[in-house]
Design a protein around this ligand. Structure first.
Ligand code: FMN
Length: 347
């Protein structure tokens, strides 16, 4: 309540990217200055009925933080205190890069949406790995990797592989992001032949590294776009099956402008309410095509427990959110968990 009446109006007076960094820095300060207990008492809510087992990992609850919120693992510990069942960091690229010129994030309150044209601004795999060395969390951490802007698309596999090797020890699962609309050519990697080369390269190294560490290979998921046709999804499913990838995150942001007010640039991705139905539709389609053999993380336009239930009922094992956190505040996680624990839901 206090978020919507007091904190959000203040944050929304600030430029969106500035508001993001200020609120997360304050969260970090609160965590380090003895506020750990306060955060925990405000946001903690766990019951055994919320536990989910998926792709070999155990999640205390199915509500995760989507990629992009903490690209560099600067706020990972503080974010874990907000009650998420898992947090995904990134997108991280092999080369550090500044991203596109600002302003590159805009709220669109009329559509309950966000426009972003960030372009994978991040510190690079080596710097993030150094940070991750010092962090130990009691929830699974996903690491989302993407292609560096300076790397030509034909060398994409080597670029992802370099990041994967550096970050391998620190991720409980990895996400191959081939769906951001803000890196030129990236979505080409969703095409069957390109995706097959990329995933085979990653899985080969995954097997090698896991046998050295004497554990099983790490789960590899692919994050897809809501703008794919069902035919394109079919060929992605073929590659997922052939390369034994653990699952799919559906979905990233959209290039479609049909559900937002006019006046936005044609580049940049839209998140939030405008992609809610499309991402659920894609989940449903994949479940029906794979007979529930592929794990799905449902992502796109989750603002309420009903939205989360809809994705789980459609067949998602887990859900993630980003835009909902901006509009509803951190209380959204506990609210969703409480409602989920009251309902008996199974896909
Ligand atoms: C500002 C912003 C930055 C994002 N950055 C990334 C990113 O770096 N990597 C990624 O895979 N997805 C990124 N996303 C997409 C989200 O992870 C998520 O897939 C999408 O926003 C849909 O979920 P939502 O409607 O709950 O926000 C970003 C989204 C936003 C709004």
């Amino acid at each position: 309540m206090i978020y919507k009446t007091l904190i959000r109006p203040l944050l929304f007076t600030l430029e969106a990217e500035t508001a993001h960094h200020i609120s997360l820095s304050l969260l970090n300060i609160l965590k380090s200055s003895g506020g750990r207990k306060i955060l925990s008492s405000l946001f903690h809510y766990e019951t055994p009925s919320l536990e989910v087992k998926a792709f070999g990992l155990t999640f205390h609850n199915p509500v995760g933080l989507a990629a992009g919120f903490d690209k560099n693992a600067h706020y990972l510990e503080a974010l874990s205190l907000l009650g998420f069942g898992f947090v995904e960091i990134g997108t991280i690229t092999f080369h550090p890069q500044p991203g596109n010129p600002k302003p590159r994030i805009k709220r669109i309150p009329d559509s309950k949406a966000v426009w972003n044209h960030l372009g994978f601004n991040n510190d690079g795999a080596a710097a993030v790995a150094e940070r991750l060395k010092k962090i130990k969390l009691d929830i699974p951490v996903g690491i989302n990797i993407g292609k560096s802007k300076i790397t030509p698309i034909e060398n994409a596999s080597e670029d992802y592989l370099s990041s994967f090797k550096i970050l391998y020890p620190y991720g409980d699962y990895f996400v191959i992001n081939v769906s951001s609309p803000n890196t030129p050519g990236l979505r080409e990697l969703q095409k069957e032949e390109n995706l097959s080369t990329l995933l085979n390269t990653i899985q080969k190294k995954n097997t090698e590294l896991s046998s050295k560490a004497q554990n099983g290979p790490k789960p590899i998921l692919v994050k897809i776009s809501p703008d794919l046709t069902f035919q394109e999804i079919d060929s992605i499913l073929t590659v997922i099956r052939e390369t034994k990838a653990a699952g799919i995150i559906a979905t990233n942001t959209t290039l479609s402008r049909t559900e937002v007010s006019a006046g936005l640039p044609s580049e940049g991705g839209i998140s939030g309410k405008p992609i809610k139905n499309r991402s659920t539709e894609i989940i449903r389609y994949i479940v029906q095509k794979t007979e529930k053999k592929t794990h799905l993380i449902g992502c796109g336009g989750i603002f309420t427990s009903e939205d989360a239930v809809e994705k789980i009922k459609a067949g998602a094992s887990l859900v993630q959110l980003y835009t909902g956190l901006i509009y509803e505040g951190p209380g959204i996680v506990k609210r969703i968990k409480k409602e989920l624990s009251k309902k008996s839901i199974s896909p």
